[in-house]
Design a protein around this ligand. Sequence first.
Ligand code: ADP
Ligand code: ZN
Length: 725
Amino acid sequence: MITQAKSILKETFGFDQFRPLQENVIKNVLEKKDTLVIMPTGGGKSLCYQIPAMLFDGLTIVVSPLISLMKDQVDQLTSYGIPAVVLNSSISDDLYRLNEQKVRSGQAKMLYVAPESLMTDRIRHLLTQVKVDCFTIDEAHCISEWGHDFRPDYRQLAEIRKDFPEAVCIGLTATATPRVREDIKEILEFRDASTFVASFDRENLFLNVVDKSGPVDQILDFLYTRKGQSGIIYCFSRRQTDELYQDLKDEGHSVRPYHAGLSEHQRETYQNAFIRDDIDIIVATVAFGMGIDKPDVRFVIHHDMPQNIESYYQQIGRAGRDGLRSDCLLLYSHSDRQKINYFINQKEGEEKEVAKKHLEDLINYLTTSDCRRIPLMEYFGETYNGNDCGMCDNCISMKDEMEDLTVAAQKFLSCIVRTDERFGATHITDILRGSKAKKVLENGHDELSTYGIGEEFSKDQWVQLSRLLVRKDFLTKDPKYGSLLLTDDARKVLKDEKRVTGVLDRTQTAIDGSAAARTSSDVENRYDENLFEELRKVRKDLAVQQDVAPYVIFPDTTLMEMAYYFPQSSETLTGIYGVGDAKQKKYGRDFLEVIKEYCEENNIEEREREIKKKTKKRSSSKKHVQIGEDYNNGKSLEHLAEEHGVKMPTILKHLKTFLEEGNDLRQDGILDASGLSQRKVDEVNQAMDKVGPELLKPVYEELNKSVGYSELRMMQLYYIAKNGS
Ligand code: ADP
Ligand code: ZN
């Protein structure tokens, strides 16, 4: 059965491997042994019952306390092609009857219900008519009075479960002390119980605590390089929430507030807007977050000190469920601490003692100069060994060192000069980092001497540097066009008469070697951001059409892989993370179309998967010479493509390099391969005379799109071979 589970993982969900514990849990459930699963948020609890549900003959019931989350889960399952339904008070009568019918007929494999609905006679009666194989209790800690979220309704699940003696029971939770764990098993009367506890270390969260000084500016700085990313900012009070919301809004951020002072309708609207990527940021009190299953929250900021480690951990846990690197920033001030102390002193007796202890633990976390994971994990009863996590400020520990940034500033400033002060920070950064973005190529900026001289900084760091230069009056922004303009001071920097010093956020160092790279993969660091943005638009359109959250279509990880591997066919698309059979059928075409068009326009080829690449790499260094010589000796282009197992554009690229190194190339074969008539060949030549042979897009436009890119690529080679470049 576990082999079947693995193929469901790949074919239905599109994932290559199980996460830690998933396989063991699934095995246990399939053997019909009651199972308790304790995993942090984002650990992958859902698959632990969704995969068995597909393998059991009968129905799997999933009890979950949050009605809002159920719809989301069922949407997701439907998108994977898994027949799941929900029965609760939020759906129309018609849909309710239809779903009941699906359960009765065995058409639905999974039923999501709230505990109070499960207790109704109507549902209890319905469930006597079907075979139930698995009884799942999500957020199982709600059953225990010792948990932080006890719900009396949950208590009665123990009785209900007796209705299905054949069913295996599985309980899942993200927070559970040993006391709560025992409680859950006892109350549910687990037989042959097995408990699986995953580590609570969330490796992909970058933990950062800084002294609070001018919090609004600190937050604006942080947000500056994170345009378009989803994030939550927690404040202590409603008033603070409203104020910060206003400040961010005034600065042009896409943001909404959330606190108990707003009407229920407003809160729901804002929460949905956040989930659906209609807005980027929520500024909120602790009231926000329950029932948020959004996997791509990229940061959580604490404007104020949290109440205790438990709630801090829960709040930062909402970031990075998808496993991608996410940032947790906490602004810490002594006066916040006094505020909390004040509240604690109003309490009495044991309650006061407990609160004091909690504060102590939290302060310990905030003020440690060791790895932050040590006190954090200790709090959850785990020992964190390893003294360099590479994912907290203390382990990176260069945060406050002023650096001499003169050389970097000179690169940046001279690049602005070379592009006539007509562009903004992103474009300058693209040039410095040697990007193949359309805008760079179209402007011929890949030919500037500053092209590709700035690989030592990540994109974010260059943008940060630009902000620093603006703040220190080396640059001003053209109010109308947003382009960056040099000041007199900047010219002094260029003449080596003035130095630039400052602090960049070193935690964002991309590319090889840095500690942070440990959890961010090659894909995460080097995907094509322009294509990624286009794919996000496709996703958003589909989501609106189908009335679901964008991540239900595909998570960010999937889009990133697409923008890294550039799959061109449905076969290679299946290899992408998160693309299972059903999603491939439903959305494959829409995404492939955009990827192909983008690749065509930017002359990009599909990237081979890593494993294959490694074995091939050795021989590739002088390949263009070999190909060039073979070609001159009479081999045809098609022959060479086949022989080397690559596509035509690759062969052409090699030949172009060969030419550019000063070698000659025979011209006859190229024209033949292009298949163009003499008249067309003349037209293309004329067009290239006019707009130059280097960039194909202008040639393409010049010819009114009458000749395709692949032919143009050949003609380009022919033209250069004939005329020299
Ligand atoms: P939890 O319920 O524990 O918070 P989820 O079940 O929502 O976590 O899973 C978190 C994310 O991880 C989801 O986006 C899910 O698709 C993804 N995921 C789960 N298992 C795997 C796996 N084996 N491989 C890759 N991604 C996974
Ligand atoms: Zn650390």
